[in-house]
Design a protein. Structure first.
Length: 90
């Protein structure tokens, strides 16, 4: 069943800090104020995570381009299958 979620990706400018990935992925149900962050060590891990949520290769490339330009974060709201979100640890 699909639910509305807020998804955010943070591109860490301090890559290399122990136990901190290059990207932080946050997914939370719309209307919820707190969420967990999953650290992703590489662009490939981020691509795989977004792909598992049914983002197209073009959408993923656009997100990565925005992250590279701003070196900060990207956020959006979208309907996701609850099992896909759970598979990522949220």
């Amino acid at each position: 069943m699909k639910q509305n979620y807020k998804i955010s990706v943070d591109h860490h400018s301090t890559y290399g800090i122990r136990r901190r990935g290059k990207y932080g992925l946050t997914i939370m149900r719309a209307g919820v104020g707190t969420a967990n962050v999953v650290e992703l060590a590489s662009e490939k891990e981020l691509r795989d995570a977004l792909s598992s949520l049914d983002y197209t290769p073009k959408e993923i490339a656009d997100i990565l381009e925005m992250l590279a330009e701003k070196k900060s974060f990207w956020t959006a709201a979208r309907d996701f299958d609850e099992s896909a979100v759970a598979a990522l640890g949220f």
